[in-house]
Design a protein around this ligand. Sequence first.
Ligand code: GUN
Ligand code: ZN
Length: 462
Amino acid sequence: MQVFYGSVINPETLTSYKASSNTLLALSPQGNVEWIAHDIQDSMVQETLLQNGCIDAEVVALKEGQFIIPGFIDTHTHAPQLPNIGLGAQYELLDWLDNITFPMEAKFSDDKFAEAAYSEIVRRIINAGTTTCCYYGSLHLGSTKVLANIVQSLGQRAFVGKCNMDRNAPDYYREDSPETSLQDTKSLIEHIRSLDTGPSGIPLVRPIVTPRFAISCSNPLLSHLGDLVSSDPSLHIQTHVSENKSEIEFTKSLFPECGSYADVYDKFKLLRRNTILAHAVHLEDEEVALIKERQAGISHCPTSNFHLNSGVAPVGKYLDKGIKVGLGTDVSGGYSPSILNAIRNASIASKIRAMQPDTGSLGPFGNKQLSVASLLYLATLGGAQVCDLEDRVGSFSPGKSFDALVVDVRTSMGNPALWGSDSGVAGTKDLDTMLERFLYCGDDRNISMVYVQGKRIGGASR
Ligand code: GUN
Ligand code: ZN
């Protein structure tokens, strides 16, 4: 049995987290958390292990400057757009799709190209600390199968979907008909569900139905997808909503019979508990109420919302309403595959909202700066809720999977100036300080080990 001993940070609520510097955390052979004991002094370790029936446990003792947090959950990204990161800041969404995005995604018609690109891309996302990732593939069945296979072989937890898009896209990058789009979606679902589930018996990689956004889907295609998910309540759904003002206007003109953008998805039976809605920057009040009622989750993608000039999402308002919110990198609308970057921009976005005059009655989060505890929560447990996976991941409690990061603020790989530990400035004993500095200044070099389902799958330390 594997047991960790040291500092563990457990996001519990939006306003606080439990930080304990002397924690024993034991894993089951299936990679789940078996038990946790807090406030265990060095002298009590052996006794506590024996009390819990751990006779020959392998104890991994964390060093000063190291701590464990739950792995990051990226609730929205586009794998075939990684090669484009950093490009396109001069565009808004619809022009950016035509000029930057579709030409790159079209290259994934070539499975060989996809194999090489996705191997690097998924490795990079894992080493950035993302243990669960919601991936958009391209529209191609072949290369999206390749993506799912690579994610599976590298051991990441993920949802993988191929884009459904049969209109309002260039001839070279559009599906032929609603029927072929549906057929390819079914084939991908079948393929992903045939992948090996490993020792836990629970699949790490799951299919997700991915209507790109309302604009790119004809009514017959949305009808087919609505029927598909209605026949299988376990299927997840991901799409975009209310990202950009021109996009919203265009959507309304395409669906005059629908009351709002979110209502389009609702009318086609695509809005439900396991639906992930990316962006939600400009929602109308009725849409907020509808999303809450349907228990769908929102992926807050602040880097992308800034980069593509989309706007500043009122995330505090959504939290006050009790809507599930997680973070998304939305590469390459967002220019970084790291959730740390999304955390920083979520912080700035909340500060911008806080600088605006108060609008109406606000609860504890509306138009206020997000705290460190809330930022960590959004990146972990909030994301788990958006993915409808909060029973499996997002925090550490017995029965949940050990999807975790060992963070090292004093890594010899670089970045030491941030911590100033030798000069005694940073304080590597104070967990709150270490966490705050890591969230605002850390990078991949500080993510020493990445675990999914109790198995080490990446990280900077050799
Ligand atoms: N809406 C439709 N497609 C996309 C995409 O690829 N990125 C973003 N940010 N929004 C979209
Ligand atoms: Zn997106």
